[in-house]
Design a protein around this ligand. Structure first.
Ligand SMILES: Nc1ncnc2c1ncn2[C@@H]1O[C@H](COP(=O)(O)OP(=O)(O)OP(=O)(O)O)[C@@H](O)[C@H]1O
Length: 480
């Protein structure tokens, strides 16, 4: 087995790796780093959690240390959270270089990003949409001298899924020099190999880990066959069992939609499970905050949509539950790959209804592995069924009300943007106006109160006067 020195890695980088507990290269690092260091384009396909990130971070940093300038390297990735994770790896390993990185993702302040870009960071880590926006609207930075283009989760970037990056990628590729090194990595490259090869210029070096299976051996893959109506009772039962049996545990539950994600979070919280969510309808700052709390084990359960299915590296995750059977095998591969990373053990449990059995067959075929049934005492599940379903219904009703407000808010924000206004500024302005209105109302109420008090006092005085006059009249009559 090779060591980092024999792959041509510099001493300072080996030292950095040692400090991070990385002593020997993984196969993807062993095979991809030498051709990258030689200047070749590279397509690396290796299982989830096998160290693909370091396979490109290390050679890029080595090259950067030999000729440091900005902007030297551009990394594209499909999700914002992943962009932060990759930038962190660059920052930690590249610390002795005084590496300057810049993260360019949607949902964050564009002006601040612009400013950072203009300061010529060594490495830019970006999601395609926001970077393309910067290229279209600004001339304060240039990507024309970059030496490395890296596409992490490259197949996702190039496929035309629900988020289609094609147009943004065209803009980005148009701003890059033809002479560059292009590195593409993913655990599922092969299905988009043709498209991927068209992005690389030189005849790329292609490396795929040789293995019968597409998932790691340390992963125990299970399924539960359940009618749709009993699914949530199974979920609650599963989590309760894990909580009872393990003191140190951490679970990711994947759902199909943002709404499911939200409802399940509310429901599990009702059962006092420490749950937090991550989906695309949340504000970016909350997405980051929730992920940090989960990573720090403040919350043990993360419920997420596929926005969290790729790349996230959270070593404490022992269990992945698929609340729905993924419609595509490759989504399954990435989801279950959030556990059993870097040689650790992990379990994945996929909820399967009678309508999803063909999907399980497709998954088994693609991964070349067999899912085993997860044994559960059905009578224990049926005991909690009514309580779980009632709780779910309550949460659905509660969410419907807020959902409506949310949609309205989104609609309003869209309208403001169309009118050329900044929704954030408008919200602040509205808040200020509301404050002034409240103060005015309070002032008016106080004046009214004091007027009413004066009037009441006047009435009392008049009443007393009248009473006194009557008494005087009465006294006069009596004296006569
Ligand atoms: N040579 C190594 N030895 C031990 N651990 C390593 C090594 N290289 C990387 N790691 C660690 O392995 C973990 C997984 O690495 P990484 O996130 O790069 O996986 P990946 O292959 O990109 O997975 P995914 O396909 O899910 O994105 C990280 O915590 C990383 O620090």
């Amino acid at each position: 087995m090779a060591d980092f020195a024999s792959l041509g890695l510099a001493d300072w980088l080996i030292k950095q790796c040692t400090q991070l507990g990385i002593h020997r290269p993984t196969p993807v690092q062993e095979h991809c780093m030498p051709p990258i260091l030689e200047g070749r384009d590279c397509l690396g396909c290796a299982k989830t959690g096998s160290g693909k990130t370091a396979a490109f971070v290390l050679p890029v940093l080595q090259k950067l240390s030999q000729d440091p300038y900005g902007i030297f390297c551009l990394v594209l990735t499909p999700t914002r959270e992943l962009a932060y994770q990759i930038a962190e790896q660059f920052r930690v390993i590249g610390k002795p270089l005084g590496l300057r990185d810049c993260i360019v993702v949607g949902g964050m302040d564009m002006v601040a990003q612009s400013l950072e870009l203009s300061r010529q960071p060594h490495v830019v880590v970006a999601t395609p949409g926001r970077l393309a926006d910067h290229i279209r609207s600004s001339n304060t930075f240039s990507l024309s001298r970059i030496q490395f283009l890296i596409m992490d989760e490259a197949d996702r970037l190039l496929e035309q899924g629900c988020t289609d990056f094609t147009k943004d990628l065209e803009v980005i590729l148009g701003a890059l020099p033809a002479k560059r090194q292009t590195l593409l990595f993913s655990a599922t490259l092969t299905s988009t190999l043709q498209e991927l090869q068209s992005v690389t210029m030189n005849k790329p070096f292609f490396w795929e880990s040789k293995s019968e299976t597409r998932t790691v051996d340390e992963l125990d893959q299970r399924y539960i066959l359940t009618p749709e109506k009993i699914k949530d009772a199974y979920l609650v039962h599963l989590i309760q069992t894990f909580t009872d049996q393990h003191s140190d545990w951490s679970i990711i539950i994947f759902t199909k939609t943002c709404k499911d994600c939200q409802i399940l979070t509310m429901m599990l919280r009702k059962f006092n499970f420490p749950t937090i969510s991550l989906h695309s309808m949340m504000k970016q700052a909350i997405r980051f905050a929730n992920l940090s709390k989960f990573k720090a084990s403040v919350y043990k359960i993360l419920i997420a949509t596929d926005v969290a299915s790729r790349g996230l590296d959270i070593p404490t995750v022992q269990v992945v539950i698929n609340h729905n059977t993924p419609g595509l095998p490759k989504i399954y591969i990435h989801r279950v790959g959030r556990t059993a990373r870097a040689g650790r053990n992990g379990v994945s449990i996929t909820m399967v209804t009678q309508y999803d059995i063909h999907l399980v067959h497709a998954i088994e075929e693609e991964t070349q592995s067999k899912l085993k049934e997860y044994e559960v005492e059905e009578k224990d599940v049926l005991k909690i069924l009514t309580q779980v379903n009632v709780t779910r219904r309550e949460c659905e009703i509660r969410l419907e009300a807020t959902d409506f407000d949310e949609k309205k808010e989104v609609h309003k924000r869209k309208q403001l943007i169309l009118e050329g206004k900044d929704p954030e500024m408008e919200a602040k302005r509205k808040e200020e106006l509301e404050k002034i209105k409240k103060q005015k109302k309070k002032f008016k109420e106080r004046i009214q109160e004091s007027v009413q008090q004066q009037q009441a006092e006047q009435r009392e005085r008049n009443h007393l006067k009248k009473k006194r006059r009557l008494e005087q009249k009465k006294a006069k009559l009596e004296s006569k």
